[in-house]
Design a binder for this molecule. Structure first.
Ligand SMILES: Nc1nc2c(c(=O)[nH]1)N=C([C@H](O)[C@H](O)COP(=O)(O)OP(=O)(O)OP(=O)(O)O)CN2
Ligand SMILES: [Zn+2]
Length: 122
């Protein structure tokens, strides 16, 4: 088995809901996202999956969040747009697009600062 990881990022605004403190107010982050997939086997070029494909597929989903107010996204209407929920959302969307007989999304880690991240995996 192989684990492959790509990194990307997006900038967005949010406010936590059902939270008491500064973060209930509108503010923003430059979130960094790490996507890790497992590959059962390699192709003839020695690749589990081309990093270009991972970046492209992650980009499709990330672009929907980039420079947006996350609380306005229907996904986060009833769910606070915490790093935990963002990582779970990205995991689910990317699993739909990438999982096949060879490739499985392993985890999505979302960093909201240099020192704080949330990782979702199943
Ligand atoms: N488990 C989580 N905790 C917090 C989340 C989260 O998504 N998951 N989010 C926040 C807020 O988004 C907030 O913006 C972060 O605030 P804070 O930790 O205070 O970040 P700062 O960059 O301001 O760091 P400090 O140096 O601690 O001021 C909060 N918690
Ligand atoms: Zn925040």
């Amino acid at each position: 088995m192989y684990k492959l990881t790509i990194r990307t990022s997006f900038a967005a605004a949010h406010n936590l809901i059902n939270y008491q403190g500064d973060c209930e107010n509108l503010h923003g982050h430059n979130w960094r996202v790490e996507l890790t997939v497992t590959a059962k086997e390699l192709d003839k070029a020695g690749l589990g999956i081309d990093f270009k494909v991972l970046k492209r597929e992650a980009g499709v989903i990330i672009n929907e969040l980039d420079h947006k107010y996350l609380n306005e996204n229907p996904v986060f209407h009833d769910v606070s747009p915490s790093s935990e929920h963002i990582s779970r959302y990205l995991y689910q969307r990317l699993s739909e697009r990438l999982n096949n007989d060879v490739i499985t999304v392993d985890s999505v880690t979302v960093w909201e600062s240099d020192n704080a991240s949330a990782c979702y995996y199943e």
